[in-house]
Design a protein around this ligand. Sequence first.
Ligand SMILES: Nc1nc2c(ncn2[C@@H]2O[C@H](COP(=O)(O)OP(=O)(O)O)[C@@H](O)[C@H]2O)c(=O)[nH]1
Ligand SMILES: [Mg+2]
Length: 360
Amino acid sequence: MQIGLVGLQYSGKTTLFNTLANIELDLSGSLKEEASIEVVKVPDERLEKLTSIFNPKKEVHATIEVFDVPGLRMQDDGKVKITNAFLNDVKNNDALFYVIRNFEEDSVPHPMNSIDALRDIQFLETEFLFYDMAFLENRIEKLKKEIMKSKDERPKLEMPLIEKCFKHVTEEKPLRELELDSNERKLLSGYQLLTLKPLGIAVNFDENSINKTEEIVDKIKTELNSDKVDVIPFFAKVEYELSEMEEEDREVFMSDYGIKESALSKILRTSYHLLGLQSFFTVGEDECRAWTIKKGATAQESAGVIHTDFYQRFIRAEVVGYNDFITHGTFAKCKEAGVWRLEGKEYIVNDGDILNIRHN
Ligand SMILES: Nc1nc2c(ncn2[C@@H]2O[C@H](COP(=O)(O)OP(=O)(O)O)[C@@H](O)[C@H]2O)c(=O)[nH]1
Ligand SMILES: [Mg+2]
């Protein structure tokens, strides 16, 4: 699973990326513009709690890949141009995070020469809508030809869906707002439509505008009018400095700034949520580990994530919910309380379930 950080030049993508990936910033002043991908741990307090109980040799977090998408710089004519290379980079992500600039900094000019978060969001949305529109229009033409040429049923079945999508984007509405069933989603998934990708928006404020964040975030939410998009304020520069600190200093610093959870951790959690993912845990003296599954995954599918053999040779899953385990403290007590269960292969795993797979 990969999330792409997308935004205009100098919005703070690379600063955010480096913080997420724990990379030292290049302070030489050369603002490099290369693509980079890193595997990043998804923070999970529950896993840390389990580790403190079992004291295992190893703690393994769930991970997600983050892609710092370069491009969108101002051209010689003073305009920001969308290139095919950029679009190809955007296409290759399972979810997108727009990184939107809301900080003033004279030494790094905004490519559109002023700070306007809403305008920048709309710029990206419009370009991505155009991309989808062109793609769908093209697809309709191709399908028409196929329908004329052959007796194949497939293009006839696909046509109404593509037309429905096309109509939606011509009304300037992103595809993520279109009601689609799971079959339709499956059919569209190979096309990498940009406005169908789950979206989060991270707005990068400077440390002096901490008291302005709410107002601007609210304005963006009102304008988007969507319950599908999460808007998260963050402070790229402050967060980068935080990531360089020792744990104890960081906590003091965060409480001084009134930051409850680091935005980075929020961004990763949100991405996880946007992608429709959840975690289950395995615990023991050797290892406590968070595993990633799609919401709705069965016990057997979850066993297959641990090991393909476990899928085939699945017998039963021993299950305790995370909260139940924390309430009762040990598996023995969970058994006494009746919250320890044996479940079959069709059992739908809940977020935070602690599983032990019985297999032959
Ligand atoms: N003052 C200030 N500068 C920032 C902030 N975030 C990023 N910058 C600076 O803006 C410049 C561009 O940031 P960068 O992360 O490289 O942007 P990118 O082009 O989107 O990857 C760098 O010099 C950063 O130090 C911020 O919140 N406040
Ligand atoms: Mg960059």
